[in-house]
Design a protein around this ligand. Structure first.
Ligand code: FAD
Length: 355
């Protein structure tokens, strides 16, 4: 597949599909993006916290090197599309329960080649004066970014100049012999040389009639957003029990682990509890109120790695899915485009079945 005029249909306009659109279009492909949502980034991408980071990834984890590469890819994207990052903030502070734990985690990151440094309580207090009790030390990760992933998805698709169809579900793949020829919607079909499945947790539904499953799982996590009238924090802060950032509109964003489906752990109830935690830990202006509380389902694999590659036993179908999708998306977009259009293999262990 070395033709520069290849026609590509991307199923899914989340952050991953959007990044694919940009990279395929930049290499001369005619790209059409389809999504059943009303606009780009309306799947789990709309629920993401929006932290592009290395510091929250455990050194030694299977995806560590990939995330490091993904941060370098973000730097390239920022230089390429500065307007898409106008509202992004950079830098995060991360600390654990104990000083020894924080120091050891920083040392492990540095040993793995990450650009992080330890800062003391006085520095944290000067940088983040709203913290009532700054930690004795924290890991400062200067290249981490905080951004609005749904907005970035829209900007990437605009920059790609891709044609788009929203509000329409892809029902199945159009198969002719052992070749995928396009996608079928309720009222017709769209032909393409290549179909890329970037539907997040839904990706296996479209592989089913080809007898293949990626094994993607839907892992819940909770996003809480609070209206707030004034600036509170500058960087992304992650300490025990609280992961928080603030966007330029002053909204405060908090990500929480999903506990279970009992009423007391429903997102709204959690949102009220976390507001109390925020009031204990931070000097907040009057009137901070819960504006949004929802669970989102992340597309994860048990080995912690994304899936990128051609589907087996057919021609013309490719899959791109994985977590942490916001962090990885621009890199996955580049790797997939280089694989398909330039014949370069992605530096990922090929997952079972993918070519
Ligand atoms: C609370 C929370 C916090 C998170 N924080 C972070 C973070 O800080 N950093 C990070 O990297 N990740 C984070 N994530 C994970 C991140 O949101 C996901 O990994 C990422 O958004 C996945 O993007 P995607 O494009 O693969 O999926 P999606 O955004 O779900 O996009 C897939 C799209 O495909 C469409 N689609 C599916 N099937 C079809 C079909 N048959 N026909 C038409 N359209 C279809 C869907 O409508 C959807 O829009 C977080 C997730 C949650 C829930």
């Amino acid at each position: 597949m070395a033709s520069a005029k290849i026609s590509v249909v991307i199923v899914g306009a989340g952050i991953v599909g959007a990044a694919l659109a940009l990279h395929f279009a930049r290499r001369g492909a005619a790209v059409h993006v389809l999504d059943e949502g009303a606009q780009a980034g309306s799947g789990v991408t709309a629920r993401a916290f929006g932290w592009v980071n290395i510091v929250n990834v455990v050194p030694g984890a299977a995806n560590y090197a990939l995330v490091q590469e993904a941060l370098a890819e973000y730097a390239r994207l920022q230089a390429d599309l500065p307007g898409a990052f106008a509202a992004a903030r950079s830098g995060s502070l991360f600390w654990l329960e104990t000083v020894a734990g924080t120091e050891a985690f920083a040392a492990a990151h540095r040993g793995a080649g990450a650009d992080v440094e330890l800062v003391d309580a006085a520095t944290v207090a000067a940088w983040e004066p709203a913290l009532r009790q700054p930690p004795a030390c924290a890991i400062f990760s200067p290249r981490d970014l905080a951004l609005d992933p749904a907005r970035l998805a829209r900007d990437l698709i605009d920059a790609a100049g891709a044609s788009v169809t929203f509000g329409r579900k892809v029902e199945s793949l159009v198969l002719s012999g052992s070749r995928v020829r396009g996608v079928r919607l309720a009222d017709g079909a769209i032909e393409a040389d290549l179909v890329i499945l970037a539907g997040g947790t839904s990706v296996d539904r479209l592989c089913e009639n080809l007898g293949f499953r990626t094994g993607v799982e839907a892992s819940p996590s909770i996003i809480l957003r609070y209206s707030c009238a004034a600036p509170v924090v500058t960087r992304i802060l992650r300490g025990p029990g609280l992961e928080i950032r603030q966007s330029p509109d002053n909204r405060l964003h908090v990500a929480k682990s999903y506990i279970d489906d009992r009423q007391e752990n429903a997102p709204e109830r959690m949102g009220q509890r976390i507001l109390e935690v925020m009031q204990e830990r931070l000097i907040l202006p009057e009137g901070v109120a819960l504006a949004e509380a929802a669970a989102g389902y992340r597309p994860v694999f048990s080995d912690g790695l994304p899936r990128l590659g051609f589907l087996p036993d057919v021609e013309g179908a490719y899959v791109a899915v994985g977590h942490p999708g916001v962090i990885l998306a621009p890199l996955l977009g580049r790797l997939a485009a280089e694989h398909v259009l330039e014949g370069r293999r992605p530096p990922l262990v090929p997952a079972a079945g993918l070519k």
